[in-house]
Design a protein around this ligand. Structure first.
Ligand code: FE
Length: 303
C-alpha cells in the first residue's frame, strides 16, 4: 500500500501530545456473564473527565457473550455502544427498540433513568465492539431519556490516502460527526490507517483525550501503542494556547501507523470538573443523589 505524504498540505498539528500513560485494561465480566475488558476503569474517571468507562468486548466464543445484558437501570450519563462485529438487540423502558449490527452505533442518554436490556441476537460467530460512558453535567442529569440508533451508513467518514476516519461524534477535517453534545463536546473517531499512514487531530488544549488500539499498532510522539492498549494523552501546559513558542501549531495528537497498519478509536472531550458519585449504573454528583436513584429504581420510578 502507498505511504501517504503530507508535503502538499500544511500540518494541522505541529507537535503531538505525548503519551502520558499506557493502560492495558482489566479482564472482567458484566451483565449475565459477558466477558469484556474494562479499559477505562473507575480510578481514571477524574483524569479522563467527562468519560466514565470504556469497555472493549471481542470474542468468537458464544459462551463469552450469550448471556447478554438483561434488564438493568442507568441514570445520570450517556452510553455509546459501537459494534464492530455481531448483532445485539436493545429494548428499554422508554419504549425504544433497536438492533445493533456491525458498524452501527447506539447512543443512549439515560438522563433521569431508563431500564434496558442489550441481548445478543445470534447464537454463534464473533461479537466485538465498545461501550463508552459519557457523563452528563449536573444540570442535565435528570433530563428525559433520549435514544438514537445510528446505522453504519449514517456515520460520516473522512478519507485521505491510507486513512479512513469514521466520525461518530465531534468533527474532524471539516466532517461533522453523527452526534454533537454542547456540554462535553465529545470527539469519537474510529481511525483506520494503512501501514505507515499518519493522522492528525487538533484538540482543544483543555480537553482530555485517549486512544484505544484494536488492530495493528501505532506510534504517538515516539511511544509505541500496541493492540489492546489505551494511550492517555498528556494535556498541554496551561499556557500552550498563548502561543509562547513561535510557530507552534495548535494542540492535538498525531497517530502514526506501524508496518501492520492500525485501527484505533480516538476519544476526547471537555471535562465537566464536577464531583463524580457512582454506584454501579448510577452516576450523579452527590451521595444523596445516589441514594435517591437507588430508591427511585426500587420504587419503580425509573421505568
Ligand atoms: Fe446498559
Amino acid at each position: 500500500m502507498d505511504t501517504p505524504t503530507s508535503t502538499d498540505a500544511p500540518a494541522l498539528v505541529n507537535t503531538s501530545r505525548t503519551v502520558e500513560r499506557l493502560v492495558q485494561g482489566q479482564a472482567t465480566s458484566d451483565g449475565a456473564g459477558v466477558k469484556l475488558v474494562r479499559v477505562l476503569t473507575q480510578d481514571l474517571q477524574r483524569r479522563l473527565d467527562p468519560f466514565l468507562m470504556l469497555d472493549a468486548f471481542g470474542t468468537q466464543n458464544p459462551g463469552d457473550y450469550i448471556g447478554g445484558f438483561p434488564d438493568h437501570p442507568h441514570r445520570g450519563f450517556e452510553t455509546i455502544t459501537y459494534m464492530l462485529e455481531g448483532r445485539m438487540r436493545h429494548r428499554d423502558s422508554a419504549g425504544n427498540e433497536g438492533l445493533l449490527v456491525p458498524g452501527s452505533v447506539q447512543w443512549m442518554t439515560a438522563g433521569r433513568g431508563v431500564i434496558h436490556s442489550e441481548m445478543p441476537e445470534q447464537q454463534e460467530g464473533a461479537m466485538e465492539g465498545f461501550q463508552l460512558w459519557l457523563n452528563l453535567p449536573g444540570k442535565t442529569k435528570m433530563q428525559p431519556p433520549w435514544y438514537r440508533d445510528i446505522a453504519s451508513s449514517e456515520i460520516p467518514e473522512w478519507h485521505a490516502e491510507g486513512v479512513t476516519v469514521r466520525v461518530i461524534a465531534g468533527a474532524t477535517h471539516g466532517v461533522a460527526g453523527a452526534v454533537q453534545r454542547a456540554d462535553t463536546e465529545p470527539l469519537y473517531l474510529d481511525v483506520h490507517l494503512a501501514p505507515g499512514a499518519r493522522f492528525e487531530q487538533p484538540l482543544p488544549a483543555t480537553h482530555n483525550a485517549f486512544a484505544y488500539v484494536y488492530r495493528g499498532g501505532l506510534a504517538v510522539a515516539g511511544t509505541a501503542v500496541r493492540r489492546g492498549r489505551m494511550a492517555i494523552f498528556a494535556n498541554p501546559r496551561p499556557d500552550f494556547s498563548v502561543g509562547a513558542t513561535a510557530g507552534a501549531g495548535p494542540d492535538g495528537v498525531v497517530l502514526e501507523a506501524g508496518d501492520e497498519g492500525a485501527k484505533a478509536i480516538l476519544i476526547a472531550g471537555r471535562p465537566l470538573r464536577e464531583p463524580i458519585a457512582q454506584h454501579g449504573p448510577f452516576v450523579m454528583n452527590t451521595q444523596q443523589e445516589l441514594y435517591q436513584a437507588v430508591e427511585d429504581f426500587r420504587a419503580g420510578r425509573l421505568a
